[in-house]
Ligand binder design. Structure first.
Ligand code: THU
Length: 160
């Protein structure tokens, strides 16, 4: 028997003011699209902005539904749109911002498990890491160099 230890690490920025300029601009787009998200049920609004290798920015926000499981998270809305509109173009960075209607979200809000799995598919396919920056409405911004830090022991197509 042996014990397997997996370490993961994140860069922590004290606020958006510390971000590199290109990432701050991407986060601004995530915030803008977050404000237009459709979240009448949870009242929790999430925006995601992706920077593609061709310089294009693709955005997405959470889209809820009265039949709750039919809704979709911001990250998957954005990543599926990128896959549909720009097939074969690598995704380099993802910025995520989340806000609630009834409180100020200061914790960095990471992508949910299903979004992590979906992002993993694209990272594995393009064989280039996706840098993921996530925050609440204000406060710290966490950065993961790759989806792998958020989802160690990733399940991918190579197992099939
Ligand atoms: N949500 C996202 O958009 N991304 C996540 O990674 C976590 C959750 C959305 C889904 C739902 O519309 C609302 O936040 C509350 O769960």
């Amino acid at each position: 028997m042996e014990k397997l230890t997996i370490t993961t690490s994140f860069t922590v920025y004290a606020s958006v003011n510390e971000l590199p300029q290109d990432v701050a601009a991407l986060m601004e787009q995530a915030v803008a699209v977050r404000k237009a998200s459709y979240a009448p049920y949870s009242k929790f609004h999430v925006g995601a902005a992706l920077l593609l290798e061709n310089g294009q920015v693709v955005v997405g926000s959470n889209q809820e539904n009265a039949a709750y499981p039919s809704g979709l998270c911001a990250e998957r809305t954005a990543i599926f749109y990128a896959g549909a509109a720009f097939p074969g173009v690598k995704i380099l960075k993802m910025a995520i911002s989340a806000a609630a209607e009834e409180k100020v979200v200061t914790d960095p809000i990471p992508p949910c498990g299903a979004c992590r799995q979906s992002i993993a598919e694209y990272e594995l396919k393009q064989d280039t890491p996706i840098e993921i920056f996530f925050m609440g409405e204000e406060g710290k911004v966490y950065c993961s160099d790759s989806l792998k830090n958020l989802l160690p022991l990733t399940f991918g197509g190579e197992y099939l």
